[in-house]
Design a protein around this ligand. Structure first.
Ligand code: IMP
Ligand code: MG
Length: 173
């Protein structure tokens, strides 16, 4: 049977959430050299909207890891596919994620980035999904918090599908 798409966040709601987040980040980092690092592929749409809602200059880079196969649960095995190119040493770094689920990917990335001695390291996630969290990672900025469910759209995929949808949906199997 084909999975059903149940609307969670529409375009207007997403735009407002991202705009509010951009304003908050601009306020917190004003006057400091900030590097935004988007986690590929999921965060590409969120990051591109977020940077356009900022009122401060930033550097942008991407990092890519692989953990999920084609299922909906983290394998816990994380592999770095694309390292960062920008020099983050002594700069403020904001890691931009599409969604944090177990937190295992995030923990791996935070360990990797802290070794590069940034001045500070925080996390900004489009979605903070709590139910399956297995690490104590703290998420400084989250556009939307939810308990459970598998979400797609606005960059989020299921087996590489649905990323192009401008809204966020709950994928009901
Ligand atoms: P974690 O390591 O379990 O926190 O998983 C993080 C990664 O798994 C995210 O960056 C997503 O790529 C993917 N992921 C986790 N939950 C979802 C979801 O609900 N929809 C789509 N991707 C998800
Ligand atoms: Mg993914």
């Amino acid at each position: 049977m084909k999975p059903e798409l149940i609307p969670v966040l529409d375009r207007q709601t997403i735009a407002q959430l991202v705009c509010d987040l951009g304003a908050k980040i601009s306020e917190d980092y004003r006057g400091r050299p900030l590097v935004l690092i988007g986690v590929l592929k999921g965060a590409f749409i969120f990051l591109s909207d977020l940077v356009r809602s900022l009122q401060i200059p930033v550097e942008i880079d991407f990092i890519q890891v692989a953990s999920y196969g084609s299922g909906t649960a983290s394998s816990g095995e994380i592999r770095l596919c694309k390292p960062v190119d920008v020099d983050v040493r002594n700069k403020d770094v904001l890691l931009v994620e599409d969604i944090v689920d177990t937190g295992l990917t995030l923990q791996f990335l935070l360990d990797y980035l802290s070794a590069m001695e940034p001045a500070s390291l925080n996390v900004c996630a489009m979605i903070d999904k709590r139910e399956r969290r297995r690490t104590g990672v703290s998420i400084a900025y989250a556009a939307h918090r939810t308990q459970e469910g598998f979400l797609v759209g606005y960059g989020l995929d299921y087996d590489q599908k649905y990323r192009e949808l401008p809204e966020i949906y709950h994928l009901q199997f």
